[in-house]
Each structure stands twice: as C-alpha cells, then as structure tokens.
Design a binder for this molecule. Structure first.
Ligand SMILES: Nc1ncnc2c1ncn2[C@@H]1O[C@H](COP(=O)(O)OP(=O)(O)O)[C@@H](O)[C@H]1O
Ligand SMILES: O=C(CO)[C@@H](O)[C@H](O)[C@H](O)[C@H](O)COP(=O)(O)O
Length: 465
C-alpha cells in the first residue's frame, strides 16, 4: 500500500545488547535519523548458571529512550513501523495485562506489567540429554537450547506452575508488536516461528500433532503470518508517533540485516553483533530437506516471499569479545585499577591493530555451537613472545572469524556463486581488527554497511509493502 507523501517509516531492532531505532524517508530510502541504546538487561539466570535471561522492563525502557531521542517533529510523521529483534528467545505475559500505557515527560509510553523474564537464544538450560528426550520435530530445523519451544518444554518438565501464570508468549519483538497494537493473540512471522523450533516452514504450520501429543501448552503458540504482513495499528500515540500507524509483524534480525543491504544474489552478508552470522540467499524455488541435520553448521532459514537464506549462525560473535573485555575489567578492578568498559574496548582494539600477525591461536567457542554444543574455548601455541595484549586481542579477533569460516568456508561460498561479502553489525563496524581479519581470511571484496542494519532492514521491509 502507498505511503502518504511526507510520511516516514520507523525501523526498530531489539537486539541482545542494544535497541536501535531509525527513521527512513521512503522515497529516497535514506536514513534520516538513528539512535541506539544499550539495554544492560542481563539477569542472573533463575535456572542456574546455564540460564541466560533478560529483564523486559530494561529492554522496553531502552526502547522508549531510544525513540524519545529521535526528533519529535519527525516522529509525528511516522505512519508505518517495522520491528525486528533477537530470534529464538521467549517471554510470557497475560493477555490484556502485558503492559500499561503511562504519560512520561508529556509522551505516551508503555511499561511491561504481567510479563516474565526473556529467556534468550543464548540460554543453555536445555542440555543435550534433555533435548534428546524431546520428540523429533517435523521440520528441516533441529531444536537447540535457547529455542522458544525447547524452553517451553523445559518449563513444562521442570516448573509447570510457572507456565500456568501466563496465557501468551512470543519473542521480545513479538511482544513489542503485541503491546503496540493491543493484540488479543500474539502474531509471529514465519521467520521467528522457525526460530522457535517445531515449525514446518513449507506448510508454515506448527507441529501441532506432535506438540499436543507431548502435552505442550499449544495455546501459547502465536498465530503465524508471512514476513512482511501488517500485524495491526498502534492503539495509542507512542512517543509522539500518531495512533493508527501500521505495524508490521515482527521479523528476524539477521533476515533484516540482509534485507538492508538489498544485496545481489552473488553477495554474502557477514553480520557481527552479539552473535555472528554468515549468510547468502538460496535460489528461488529452493526447498530444504524435510528432516534436520543436527551436525551441519549451515542451516536454512526462511527469508521473504518463500525464499531461504543459507546461514552459518555462530553463538560466538561480539559476545566473545565482550566477555574478554568484561574479564579485563574484572582483573583491573581486582588490581585496584578500575577503568570504563568503553576505554577497555578502544585500548584492546588499538592493541590488536598494533600487531599484524601472531602465532597464538584462540578457539573462541566459549558458548558452544548449536552443531557442537559441547565445544569450549581454548588457547594454544602460546609462547613467551605472544603474551602482550595486542597478540591476545589479535588472536581473539582472528579466532572469531576463523570459527565462522570453518562453519561456512570460502570454497563453499565460491561454489554457491558468491562474489562479494557485505559486512554488517555494530561489533564489526566498531572493531577495525575484526574487519582486518575478515579481509585476510575471505578472498572476496568486502564492503561495510552501517551499525544499525537490522533496524534499517525492518524499516525497508515496511517501505516495500
Ligand atoms: N565500545 C565498543 N567498541 C567496540 N565494540 C563494542 C563496544 N561496545 C560493545 N561492542 C561490541 O558490540 C557487541 C554488541 O553489538 P550490538 O549491535 O549492540 O548487539 P545486538 O544487535 O546483539 O544488540 C558486543 O557484544 C561487543 O562485541
Ligand atoms: O541463530 C540465529 C539465526 O539462526 C541467530 O543468530 C539470530 O540471528 C539471532 O537473532 C541472534 O542470535 C541474536 O541476534 P543479535 O542480538 O546477536 O544481533
């Protein structure tokens, strides 16, 4: 549907570490304004050390702050909103009580009310033994820890009383869309449904028979729509955006980062944010096999218009670098030499840039990988000559890129007709040493996007409706 003259499109990405918002002018497709806010939403997991949970209040606060930082007169012009975010995760809420709308500094914003924590894609509570006790999915996608349906099964088996408090569920981006539009039943795109597991992407249906047979609380499953559909309209004025703005069904962040590049079929996209993905689009008509291949590092995720992306989705991206920075911050604090994280980031990156090469080797799989959940990180080939910060930081950057390359090697990219790589994501945009390692390892021309690519992609999808 045509947008009115002068109208703007808002794109939002609710990431694992930060929320980004962009205002796009639909005719020129130019980003007029953008803003990003760290959510700092991580919580001590209630299910033990393996749990990765986030505080939904913190995320929504960052989202509201992000919006209010955009120029008010431009927000008034927004008539369509696209939302993307971290896939796989799940939170629960009570229908009609998921949020309350309040006035804050002369603006209408919403605050979460009867909501659970967000259990994210990084969650490790579902052990290999637990996962193998679940029914095999009728899907080409395997089920891994951190996938919404696996997490719900975990609650069903370990804390059934917890589930009884709620009657709605979705990813964090589905929650945002539900609250904005006041939906009675959450809606979810095919992209996010596939990321929960137990979803057949060709028929675009949940594995209802299997799930019902295993006592899964199927009423919690959202209604699924094609990516690019409109989910509803804003039921209130939000941060100055007029009531009645159209809101798209929430999308996956990595699909949106690909969409933002409007890439050629001969492009691959390398995105590094908290996680990392290397992906390219499969030819029209491609259909994945009907059963999962758990040991395969490359999987096929729904994109738009029934197309698929081949993706090596690594659980070890910017989060590994962030863990290194946190470790250094803790060490310096223990040595009574406290400094800020942003100072550590810039010094570590400069140190890495001062070292061209190193013999030191770091395998960065601190968080395991879905195709190899037991993998851990390791350091090898350490000599007394490689002990400087620069050597370690260089080896870490190299390790992160080598790990992705091992999942989807250049040779396979070449055989698939790839001629160029587009780099995206803020962990890549802000780290010149990581960029150097990409350029060193991949024998393709590399061009870089911006650091808010998924939000731009979410907006572009809505421009193109
Ligand atoms: N000051 C910084 N300089 C360079 N990289 C940073 C800095 N702060 C965070 N990062 C990197 O950015 C990553 C988070 O990227 P971001 O795009 O915000 O993630 P997401 O899209 O998952 O929310 C962190 O994991 C870290 O590697
Ligand atoms: O596994 C996949 C895709 O299969 C993921 O990488 C997916 O893109 C998830 O949304 C991310 O893991 C989370 O995204 P981000 O916050 O790291 O940008």
């Amino acid at each position: 549907m045509e947008l009115q003259e002068g109208a703007l499109v808002l794109g939002i990405d609710v990431g694992t570490s930060s929320v980004k918002a962009v205002l796009v002018e639909p005719v020129s497709r130019e980003v007029q304004h953008s803003h990003s806010r760290d959510t700092r939403a991580g919580l001590q997991g209630e299910s033990g050390a393996q749990g990765k949970e986030q505080d939904v209040h913190q995320i929504i606060r960052a989202l509201n702050d992000c919006l209010t930082a955009l120029p008010r007169d431009r927000l008034r012009k927004v008539s369509r909103i696209g939302v993307s975010g971290q896939m796989h995760g799940v939170l629960f809420w009570r229908t009609n009580q998921g949020c309350q709308w309040i006035n804050s500094e002369n603006l209408r914003v919403f605050e979460p009310r009867e909501v659970s924590r967000l259990v994210t894609w990084e969650d490790g509570r579902c052990t290999t033994d637990f996962l193998s006790s679940l029914p095999p999915p009728q899907s080409h996608l395997n089920v891994a820890s951190g996938f919404g349906c696996a997490t719900i099964f975990w609650y069903l088996k370990n804390r059934p009383d917890f589930l009884q408090q709620y009657d709605a569920a979705g990813t964090i981006q589905d929650y945002v869309v539900s609250m904005l539009c006041g939906l009675q039943k959450p809606l979810m795109s095919v992209q996010n449904a596939a990321s929960w597991g137990y979803f057949h992407t060709r028929t675009k249906t949940w594995n209802m028979d299997i799930l019902q047979e295993w006592g899964f609380p199927v009423p919690l499953l959202p209604t699924v729509l094609d990516a690019g559909s409109i989910a509803g309209k804003t039921s209130y004025d939000w941060c100055g955006i007029p009531q009645g703005a159209e809101v798209g069904v929430a999308l996956g962040d990595f699909q949106c980062s690909v969409y933002s590049t409007l890439s050629e079929s001969t492009d691959a996209v390398l995105n590094i944010s908290t996680s990392a993905q290397l992906t390219y689009s499969m030819p029209e008509g491609f259909q994945p096999e009907d059963h999962p291949s758990p040991a395969e590092a490359v999987t096929y995720f729904p994109y738009f218009k029934d197309r698929y992306l081949a993706v090596a989705a690594s659980l070890n991206g910017g989060n590994v670098f962030a863990a290194f920075v946190t470790m250094l911050a803790q060490w310096t604090a223990e040595l009574d030499l406290e400094t800020s994280d942003s100072n550590i980031y810039s010094r570590v990156i400069s140190a890495a840039l001062s070292v061209n090469d190193t013999h030191l080797s770091i395998c960065p799989t601190l968080f395991g990988e879905r195709h190899s959940p037991e993998s851990r990180a390791s350091v090898s080939d350490l000599t007394s000559a490689d002990l400087s910060l620069g050597h370690v930081a260089r080896a870490l950057c190299r390790g992160i890129i080598e790990n992705l390359h091992s999942m989807l090697p250049s040779q396979r990219l070449k055989e698939s007709g790839i001629k160029r790589i587009i780099g995206s994501g803020s962990a890549l945009a802000r780290n010149a040493a990581l960029k150097q390692e990409v350029e060193r390892l991949f024998p393709f021309p590399i061009v870089y996007g911006k650091d808010v690519d998924s939000a731009v992609g979410a907006a572009m999808v809505m421009v193109d409706q």
